[in-house]
Design a protein around this ligand. Structure first.
Ligand code: CAA
Length: 445
């Protein structure tokens, strides 16, 4: 069977940084540790005045095409995933193609373009569409550009304001990829939920606490469904488990539940039984409540065991490093988590080639999807080419007053003028409005 997956990844972070502990927490009257320890977030990225979902996506895609030495004729699809779109008809992928055509001789007239929407899981769904297109043999030797781009802004003074972020992840999907091959097996957990939604409005209506419960419930369903296709999973099966990461604290909650599920009936449960007992089984309890209480107690104990801590430090913690510095990028978030893990392995000489990742995506509204990926020989080189560390380091650190201006600048109802804090350099910038209220872009040398 043809091997299809991700051949290259490029990341573009919004160029501004809001320090959550130093700048945001004091203004909110919060203890800084709510952010650094509770949520696991140190900073959020924001777009400068000339950045938006199009510029961030186009800049990531441009770097990717340049690095791989690709021309427009090599690209058979451009799929954009976003939940920050500003047009209900014209897709962001056409704007991004228009930007790229400013800097290439050829054009993308024969590339199929689209926009995927299902909250944060749309990035993974676009990846899926691209893989299926190649597996179906419809690509005529060409690859697919998948771009997840978002400005995850929440209304001022809402609880979600703590978990904002902005950036784009561009992925190049081909046969015989350099980074990861995707499994054909997938598991889904999907239900009609109203935990987080944007009914024709820019900023989400969100029930934060409920959204966390829905995330965990759908993840669990999708793992069960995945196991129907693959058989039981064991923690040793996967080198890393990148989760959708709205904030690292959410992943902490999901990881321990996943670990509990995977060790049930295994040698690990057996070894831990002397310390924390066996996992509660439903048939031994008179009521759901009593069973749930026993599970909570078991999970608390499990979290404190050496076996769990060692697994978490090896398989989960490395997936969180970029997120903790940039916040939630919605559709790009799980792809940042995968990249963080690969980067950690490359930097620490961990030989991942041939090893598997279990990738756990989630979108509010709500759906989770789980599949596995096999890491390819070329991953170290592909990851080493990334400039994400420099980009994170070079962000302009905004004050709280500047943050208020930036939020207003990107609020579609206000869209106030704002002098940029940074200088564009060899990149696409937002350049004002056209006669049909379309957004205009230029490449700045
Ligand atoms: N020291 C250490 N920890 C502290 C602390 C301190 N001084 N103060 C608070 N904390 C801990 C809290 O105990 C809590 O941790 P636990 O949940 O483990 O108890 C954590 O820090 C956050 O504190 P709060 O619960 O008080 O924070 P909050 O009420 O401001 O809300 C939130 C947090 C609900 C996540 C909110 O930020 C929100 O609504 N975010 C947007 C929705 C979201 O991201 N949901 C996630 C699932 S949905 C999804 O994944 C899709 C998506 O991308 C949006």
């Amino acid at each position: 069977m043809t091997s299809v997956g991700i051949d290259a990844i490029e990341i573009h972070t919004g160029k501004l940084k809001l320090d959550l502990a130093e700048t945001f927490a004091p203004e909110m009257g919060d203890d800084p540790e709510k952010y650094t320890k509770g949520l696991g977030l140190h900073a959020s990225s924001f777009p400068d005045a000339y950045e938006d979902i199009v510029t961030m996506g186009a800049n990531a895609a441009h770097r990717l095409l340049e690095r791989k030495g690709l021309e427009p004729a090599d690209v058979g699809r451009i799929d954009v995933a976003t939940e920050s779109a500003f047009d209900n008809s014209k897709p962001v992928s056409t704007y991004i193609a228009g930007c790229l055509e400013q800097v290439y001789d050829g054009d993308f007239h024969h590339a199929n373009k689209g926009e995927r929407k299902f909250a944060c899981i749309a990035g993974t769904q676009s990846l899926d569409d691209a893989v299926n297109w190649i597996l179906a043999g419809r690509n005529r030797g060409r690859g697919a550009l998948v771009i997840a781009t978002d400005t995850a802004l929440y209304a001022r003074d809402s609880s979600g304001e703590a978990t904002q972020g902005a950036g784009a992840v561009a992925m190049w999907i081909t046969e015989d990829p350099d980074i990861v091959e995707l499994s054909t097996e997938q598991g889904y957990g999907s239900a009609d939920e109203t935990d987080f939604l944007k009914p024709n409005q820019q900023f989400p209506s969100v029930d934060g606490k409920r959204s966390m419960q829905v995330y965990l419930a759908r993840m669990r369903e999708s793992l069960q469904d995945f196991e129907r296709a693959t058989g039981a999973s064991h923690p040793d099966d996967y080198a890393f488990i990148p989760f959708h990461t709205p904030f690292p604290g959410m992943v902490r909650k999901a990881a321990v539940l996943g670990y509990r599920h995977m060790i049930r009936g295994t040698d690990i449960e057996e070894e831990l039984a002397a310390d924390i007992g066996r996992q509660p089984r439903r048939e031994r309890f008179d009521s759901d409540d009593a069973f749930e209480d026993a599970i909570s107690e078991y999970v608390d104990g499990l979290t404190d065991t050496d076996a769990y801590r060692e697994w978490y430090d090896a398989a989960i913690q490395p997936t969180l490093s970029i997120s903790s510095q940039v916040g939630n990028w919605y559709t790009g978030s799980v792809h940042l988590a995968r990249f963080s893990a690969l980067k950690h392995a490359a930097e620490n000489g961990i030989d991942l080639a041939g090893k598997r990742l279990l990738v756990a995506s989630y979108g509010s509204g709500a759906q989770a999807e789980i599949h596995s990926e096999t890491v390819q020989d070329g991953f170290t080189e592909a990851v080493a080419a990334s400039t994400i560390d420099e980009q994170i380091e070079q962000r302009y650190d905004i004050s709280f007053a500047e943050y208020e201006q930036v939020h207003d600048r990107h609020n579609h109802e206000k869209s106030v003028e704002l002098e940029p804090f940074t200088q564009p350099d060899a990149e696409f910038v937002f350049d004002g409005w056209g006669p049909m209220n379309e957004r205009k872009y230029t490449y700045v040398e």
